[in-house]
Design a protein around this ligand. Structure first.
Ligand code: ADP
Ligand code: MG
Length: 451
């Protein structure tokens, strides 16, 4: 195994720059090749993203050249220093990686009991037009828990800061009153612990653990779908705590009424005190976040470089952070400033660097099939609503997944005019903001494309 990987690495080294090779491949290992399912060991989750986005094909070819069958490549983080509750740590520059891991270790020892991770504070949560209402509600909760904003319901898409903000509330509450009993848990842990408790005949004890709390924080509530018994248990705990004026905080990627199989009474109660959302940051917000993050890392970055990243990342704050870290790390390795790297094309912060292996044909086929149409129907002239919207979904995915030009998309889906494509993509982009069924459908289609 060791020799195979050594040979593959030697081949990879020939194909990429020395700096990139030492940055991304130095601490990798080959864990398994069984049945063509390749598992590569890496230092931390940051490397997974980079290797997957940039080097998957190179790795595949190098392994094949060494007579290894490759069906699928997965990465495994070979460290146990990650905090249980947060898989998305940010790695700063190379010099600070060791520091970072040390901090995570320290934090880890103090997170087990209450689920809080001290790295999330209100101080390092940047306030902008995308989150100011939620932050001001958070501040009133910190000042007077269990009163006005109870329960506090916070929702928004992935990577927009839900976990950060609710963890920060928990940390601040604890700072103000060290005796405060707080418990943070993702709903998935809540129900797996609940099932364990029931199986071991400890259902009552499980419930009692929650009764004593001053503040309960439940993250990613949307995963309660189809977990009826756990939902019932949560509803009971919710009512008990609420009656005692204990603070309840719940996050979700959507409103309770938009989560399938959520009890209507529970859905209403969760938003009794209002629902606060976190939105995508606007250009100015993105710049402010990047600037603050760079400062926190003690890294130098030119305003133009910040603007360049802000203009090109339109997904979420997690991705903003990821790109910033990549650029700072590269800047450190190469001894060039971030702007120099951008100008000479060493880093390309754009959608194309995230392209995953698929083809236009495959996207069109999968979309058609998903909506029960033939490719011919989807690419035909019909203006029947369901066919038209399936066609628009195909346009949207061709643009987002393959970064094709609107002219190219027009020819793929059989429309004459590229403005029809522009309109179609815009329509789906807008619908996605409010239509959660569509969001789910597009996720399912993507799974079918890549799965
Ligand atoms: P979510 O739980 O909504 O998926 P997270 O809370 O995990 O998102 O946020 C993703 C990343 O972005 C985290 O590293 C978090 O610290 C960072 N982040 C999000 N919003 C902000 C903000 N307003 N200021 C600073 N960092 C933020
Ligand atoms: Mg989260």
């Amino acid at each position: 195994m060791y020799d195979v990987w050594k040979n593959a690495l030697a081949e990879i080294e020939q194909q990429i720059s020395a700096a990139n090779f030492s940055t991304w491949f130095q601490d990798t290992s080959l864990i398994s090749t069984a049945d063509g399912n390749i598992i590569i060991g890496v230092k931390n989750s940051f490397y997974v993203k980079q290797l997957r986005n940039r080097y998957l094909d190179i790795i595949k070819i190098a392994l094949k050249n060494n007579n290894i069958t490759v069906n699928q490549i997965d990465f495994e983080v070979k460290t146990n220093t990650k905090p249980k509750t947060e898989p998305h740590e940010v790695i700063n520059t190379r010099d600070t990686i060791k520091e970072h891991i040390k901090t995570i270790r320290n934090i880890n020892s103090s997170t087990i009991a209450n689920g809080l991770n001290q790295k999330y504070t209100l101080d390092n949560f940047i306030v902008g037009s995308n989150n100011d209402l939620a932050v001001s509600a958070a501040k009133s909760i910190i000042a007077a828990p269990g009163t006005r904003y109870n329960p506090f319901f916070l929702y928004g898409g992935p990577g927009l800061g839900k976990t950060h903000l609710v963890q920060a509330i928990g940390n601040e509450l604890l700072k103000n009153n060290p005796n405060f009993k707080i418990f943070y848990t993702p709903i998935s842990h809540f129900y797996s612990d609940f099932i364990d408790a029931i199986q071991n005949g400890k259902g009552r004890e499980f419930n009692r653990k929650f009764e004593k709390l001053d503040c309960l924080i439940i993250d990613d509530f949307q995963f309660i779908v189809n977990k009826e018994k756990s939902q019932e248990e949560f509803f009971n705990i919710f009512n008990d705590l609420y009656q005692l004026n204990k603070q309840i905080i719940v996050t979700s990627d959507r409103l309770p009424s938009q989560i399938k199989t959520v009890d209507e009474r529970l859905a209403t109660r969760l938003t009794w005190a209002g629902a606060f959302d976190l939105q995508l940051p606007k250009f100015e917000d993105k710049c402010a976040i990047l600037k603050a993050k760079a400062e926190l890392m003690g890294a130098e970055i030119e305003p133009e470089a910040i603007e360049y990243i802000a203009e090109n990342i339109n997904t979420n704050i997690r991705d903003l952070e990821g790109e910033l870290s990549t650029i700072l790390l590269m800047s450190d390795v190469r001894g060039m400033t971030p702007l120099e790297l951008i100008k000479n094309g060493s880093v390309s912060v754009n959608k194309s660097s995230k392209i995953r292996p698929t083809s236009p044909k495959q996207i069109v086929e999968k979309v058609a099939k998903y909506y029960g149409l033939t490719t011919k129907e989807l690419c035909g002239k019909s203006r029947v609503t369901n066919i038209k919207s399936a066609r628009q979904v195909a346009m949207y995915l061709l643009s987002k997944e393959l970064n094709l030009s609107t002219n190219k998309i027009a020819s793929e889906v059989g429309v004459k005019d590229h403005t029809t494509v522009m309109h179609g993509i815009k329509k789906i982009t807008n619908d996605l903001k409010i239509n959660f069924t569509l969001r789910d459908q597009i996720e399912e289609i993507k799974e079918k494309i890549y799965g």
